[in-house]
Design a protein around this ligand. Sequence first.
Ligand code: PEP
Length: 247
Amino acid sequence: MKFFIGNWKMFGVPKSINILNKINSFYSKDKNRNKYRVIMTPPYTLIESYAKNFKNKKISIGSQNCYQKEQFSSDTAAVSPYMLRSVGAKYTLVGHSDNRGEGDTNAMLKDKVKYALKNNLKVVFCIGENKSEKKNKKTLNVLKNQLTKVLEKKFNKSNIIVAYEPIWSIGTGKIPTLLELEKTTIYIKKVLKNIFKKNSPAVLYGGSVDGSNVKIFKEIKEIDGFLIGGASKSSKKFIDIIKNYYR
Ligand code: PEP
């Protein structure tokens, strides 16, 4: 099973649902539809209405983040996994580099994963090295740390997806070479197998994925799908990624 997950970031108002309606109608008729899942993560403000709209449809709705406490608390503006699940979210991103940059620590991320899973949200756990870590050949070490400091064997592996998103590639148009990405993905799966003591969860790639470079990524059989930022805000661009992946 492959995954095409869209991350809208700070984008979208109620009428932006038109974008998802178009993606959903392509997805429901696509001859390859049983080979993949489409998940979209709009901002918090749209989760309830979008999840209602797509309740019995093909697309699933997720959240871009969640707070590291389970249900209710006195943390202003925080939204818990319990609250997200109660309005129909099925997935949540955890550890996006934007949120790590805002101060999410490994301890906070571990609680986010724990409480999200406890509330039946599937977790898309994001990892990735920055430009200077890459330059200093620290990539594999950084990724290993990000994985082993947060994920634990006792977490339900089948509800976890890992998204490898090199920070220098997000929104920049820059992508890793085929060889680099293949090596890194194989390494991530090795670390995950070690953590879970059996098969690795799915591992996605994210960072400037578009309709043309997806053909390159498709050569790497270890990649189980994509986390798509910029291109997920256009139905045409998002659909082109899926079409070209299966072409
Ligand atoms: C992201 O922010 O998760 C992302 C992958 O963005 P983009 O596709 O725009 O690089």
